[in-house]
Design a protein around this ligand. Structure first.
Ligand SMILES: [Zn+2]
Length: 434
């Protein structure tokens, strides 16, 4: 065995052990060094050495002693929220969502801007760049290092190159998102499909923590799913797994943006829900929604939920019908994957109080008993923020699964200047979850 090979192996083992320590603190803090040795099986000397290293690089901090422990009170540790900032972004259909969080994903700043889906893609990209510049300035004001940017994109995404291959709801092909951003920002940039990113957010930060087998369903303008199997995002042979929104539910259904007819998302997405309301109003059915909006194309899911709460028959019928199709698709997912949970998020989950009872009933009627009984149906912690928090989770995933110590240390001062250099490649794929 060559000396070079042995050194590389030791480096990898140390990186893996750092990952184990950080993830234990993510899940169960506060913990002492002895707690972590007991949980992980690593010896106490190794844990102490790793923890000292992580404290020196500001990923972990000491937060006092445990008064209830017998003998000498143990020093307790947790992830240091000031380890650095993370910029998360969601490239949605008609809107851009950007936020800045600390290392524990607490939101420190956020902005959303709308764009017209008929706008030139270069103009929309320059809007995204402008928003990301604002976010970077905010992280500079906070006065800590910027750990990375994560961007969740609608449609098919080539994770390796960071390219949006096809966005059916925008009609865009081959947009080199990461290449454009790499030319503007000197930080690690991670790009993935929005549903995959949102699934990671639920796994790291939300409703699906501690679950190894679940399917995240993102109900937005379209529907996408993120499949987590055995603790890993299932990418498919070429990285495009999870386009469940374009599976056929009705052979003779309405034309979808993908060119097919009767796709699941054409019948059960936010767009499908709003179209049902628009159609009913155009047919002359009375609805309280007409008093709150002049133009039918301005109807939002929030308006619709408000109307349903007031007993509006048009809104309630549209929610009922959409819930049935949503339930059929979710029953199919339960039959296919036998997951421990379905986590439902996206804009559509803002209507959970009306949709979920229908979904649960349809699943009861249509999913096979054995798989159905094993599957919880959860609502996303982040609801309409799931995809933008997914951007944050892409960065967190990278740090927590391969913590490297070549990042510059965060500044101690809140008025510190900020352009910092990072040595890490920005082409890493989303790999196994920790
Ligand atoms: Zn389709």
């Amino acid at each position: 065995m060559s000396r070079q090979f042995r050194t590389g192996g030791q480096t990898l083992v140390r990186e893996l052990n750092r990952s184990i320590i950080l993830n234990q603190l993510r899940i169960g803090s506060p913990l002492s060094r002895a707690d972590m040795a007991a949980i992980t099986g690593l010896n106490k000397t190794t844990v102490s050495s790793l923890v000292d290293e992580l404290i020196a690089h500001r990923f972990v901090r000491e937060i006092g002693r445990n008064p209830s422990a017998g003998g000498r009170p143990a020093v307790l540790l947790e992830l240091d929220p000031d380890a650095g900032c993370i910029v998360g972004a969601e490239f949605g259909v008609g809107y851009l969502n950007v936020l800045v969080t600390d290392f524990r994903a607490a939101i420190r700043w956020r902005r959303q801007v709308q764009y017209d889906t008929s706008e030139d893609q270069r103009r929309v990209m320059s809007k995204l760049v402008g928003l990301l510049r604002q976010a970077v300035r905010q992280s500079q004001n906070i006065g800590t290092r910027l750990l990375g940017m994560g961007i969740s994109l609608t449609g098919l995404v080539d994770v390796a190159s960071g390219t949006q291959i096809f966005a059916p709801n925008l009609g865009w092909h081959n947009v080199p998102v990461r290449e454009v951003l790499n030319a503007k920002f000197d930080v690690p940039i991670f790009v993935d499909n929005d549903a995959n990113a949102a699934a990671l957010a639920e796994r790291y930060l939300g409703a699906a923590q501690h679950l190894d087998d679940f399917v995240y369903v993102a109900g937005n303008v379209g529907i996408g799913i993120g499949i987590v199997l055995g603790g890993h995002i299932f990418q498919g042979t070429t990285g495009y797994a999870g386009e469940a929104g374009h599976t056929t539910l009705d052979l003779n259904g309405p034309l979808c943006m993908c060119g097919n007819h009767g796709c699941w998302e054409r019948l059960a997405s936010q767009r499908a829900l709003i179209e049902r309301v628009q159609k009913a109003i155009q047919e002359g059915q009375p609805s309280s929604i007409c008093t709150s909006v002049k133009r039918l194309d301005r109807i939002t899911i929030q308006m619709l939920v408000g109307a349903a709460k007031g007993g509006d028959a048009v809104a309630l019928r549209a929610l009922q019908e959409t819930g049935v199709y949503l339930g059929v698709g979710i029953a199919n997912l339960i039959n296919i994957f036998n997951p421990s949970a379905i986590a439902f998020g996206g804009m559509l989950s803002l209507a959970e109080e009306f949709l979920m009872p229908v979904v649960r009933q349809v699943v009861l009627e249509r999913a096979m008993k054995e798989s159905r009984e094993a599957a919880q149906i959860l609502v996303s912690t982040f609801k309409s923020d799931a995809c933008v928090m997914g951007g944050v989770a892409l960065v967190l995933h990278d740090i927590l699964s391969r913590p490297r110590l070549d990042l510059s240390l965060p500044s101690q001062r809140s008025d510190a200047p900020a352009r910092q250099r990072f040595g890490r490649p920005s082409t890493r794929q989303v790999g196994p979850l920790s």
